[in-house]
Design a protein around this ligand. Structure first.
Ligand SMILES: [Zn+2]
Length: 324
């Protein structure tokens, strides 16, 4: 679609997204292909709802992700549209918190990748696996899209669908966007999960996949590893994940910041001090192996990275896995 047409479409969608969203939900709710086959555990048949009258610390529902960000001299949270002088905490993918909605760096990068890479509309069927953000965010997503959350055992992250990624209890091609951030490393059989994810994403759809990339190549942890929510980690992924996604039939790009792409191209390590859980020399070596640099697609220039608080660049990668 041309930029003009795309801009016009976004403008129309912005004016009518609430109405379209309601119509879309009604239409899709009765569609067997869209209806979840798995039992709905904690919110039967309903999109997430904010508590009536509760003060919202979440996104501005009037500003869906397809609306361009306003100009801002300081920083801006692209999830909730909060603007200020800086995010809370140090520059780190798990920190740099938005004081309004609590998004961290990777939440904002995922949301940015969604807006940059997907032709957004209120009728999109979106499932987010184990979202880190809370009820206000989920309620807003439920306003913008036909949105459901899922979780494996509803223990660490309450979701409204109970899904095992290795055997997804959903029909083929029933999802337009699967948001899957920091979940795959907790699944024992990666290829089985990727095959299932490929099966449920509809033609024209996307899986946006984030995993912690702490090293260049995939390997199991050398000692038992648990994330903050006490979930065991089975795999530490590297850049060879791209080939495995392609083996399942996804058309895959690896989305990154300009800073990361420049670092890979330069042959040097521009980060002479780095957060110790990231093996930055090994990450850069992995990204320079076997033409993997050709898979990189820059979605955030230095200005976007600064405004969104997605820095340092080596911490931010998202696989965009399209189904054609
Ligand atoms: Zn925010």
């Amino acid at each position: 679609m041309s930029p003009d047409l795309r801009s016009a479409a976004r403008s129309i969608a912005a004016r009518s997204y609430r109405k379209l969203g309601s119509l879309g939900r009604v239409a899709l709710g009765d569609d067997a292909a869209a209806a979840p086959a798995a039992p709905l555990v904690d919110a039967p048949g309903n999109a997430p709802q904010a508590a009536p009258g509760a003060p919202s610390n979440g996104p501005d529902v009037e500003a869906p992700p397809w609306l361009p960000l306003p100009p801002a001299g300081g920083v801006i949270c692209n999830v909730c549209r909060w603007q200020g002088e800086g995010f809370a905490g140090s520059a780190h993918v798990e920190l740099a918190l938005c004081p309004r909605c609590g998004s961290n760096g990777r939440d904002r990068f995922l949301h940015w990748c969604l807006a940059e890479r997907v032709e957004l509309s209120p009728a999109l069927r979106v499932i987010e696996c184990s979202p880190r953000m809370g009820q206000d965010y989920r309620a807003a997503m439920g306003t913008w899209f036909f949105y459901r959350t899922s979780d494996y055992d509803l223990r660490a992250h309450a979701g409204n669908l109970r899904l095992d990624l290795q055997a997804i209890d959903l029909p083929d091609a029933c999802i337009d966007v699967m948001l899957c951030a920091h979940v795959l490393e907790h699944v024992p059989d990666t290829d089985k999960a990727l095959a299932e994810l490929r099966r449920v994403v509809a033609p024209g759809g996307h899986l946006l996949l984030q995993v912690p990339v702490l090293q260049g190549r995939t390997a199991p942890p050398t000692e038992p590893e648990f994330h903050g929510d006490h979930t065991p980690v089975f795999w530490r992924f590297g850049f060879d994940l791209t080939a495995r996604l392609r083996e399942q039939g996804f058309h895959t790009d690896l989305l990154c910041t300009q800073a990361f792409a420049d670092a890979v191209a330069s042959g040097d390590n521009p980060w002479q001090e780095w957060s110790p859980e990231f093996d930055v020399p090994d990450i850069l070596a992995g990204a320079r192996t076997d033409g993997m640099a050709d898979d990189l697609v820059v979605v955030a220039d230095p200005d976007a990275s600064r405004r969104l608080g997605i820095d340092p660049g080596y911490m931010y990668l998202t696989w965009d896995c399209a189904v054609r």
